[in-house]
Design a protein around this ligand. Structure first.
Ligand SMILES: [Zn+2]
Ligand SMILES: [Zn+2]
Length: 160
């Protein structure tokens, strides 16, 4: 008998896959097994992995998938808003699932450790997004406002 937690996690990931497939089709992108696997790996992780780390995860099921394929898919998924790239400070881009209800489940800010480059989610409930007045946007048509809090994570503080 499977534990209840596993059933819930399974149901959640099935819902995520369905939402993802629907989003892809609505944006004219075909839903391939590899694409599903890449999204599932991202949605199942809160570590904001790099393309290389994602490649290592997805290869467990698709041993022949190339890093170039991972990059191509990430770019296609980023273009339709299913994946978002998480910032600078990193030489390599870092990614996360960004459909409502997947990954962190909702828009959020990030706390980034300047030592180990770990990225943690910071919910908007703990830090309401800054309201940007029209005159502050300097003529930009604002699509989103992201806050990145930089500092030393608890692990790195302990190691110091
Ligand atoms: Zn750290
Ligand atoms: Zn995040």
């Amino acid at each position: 008998m499977r534990a209840r937690g596993q059933d819930e996690a399974g149901a959640r990931s099935r819902e995520e896959q369905q939402a993802f497939a629907k989003h892809c089709r609505a944006h004219g992108l075909s839903v391939t097994q590899q694409r599903l696997a890449i999204f599932a790996a991202l949605a199942g992780s809160r570590a904001h992995p790099s393309a290389e780390q994602l490649h290592a995860l997805v290869r467990r099921r698709y041993p022949s998938i190339s890093l170039a394929t991972i990059y191509k898919n990430l770019e296609a998924l980023r273009a339709i808003g299913a994946v978002s790239d998480v910032n600078p400070l990193h030489a390599q881009g870092r990614y996360e699932a960004s459909l409502a209800g997947t990954g962190a489940g909702a828009p959020h800010h990030h706390l980034v450790c300047t030592e180990c480059h770990a990225v943690h989610d910071l919910p908007l409930s703990l830090l309401p997004p800054p309201a940007l007045r029209d005159e502050s946007a300097l003529g930009f048509e604002v699509r989103c406002v992201r806050v990145q809090v930089e500092g030393i994570c608890p692990n790195c503080q302990r190691a110091a």
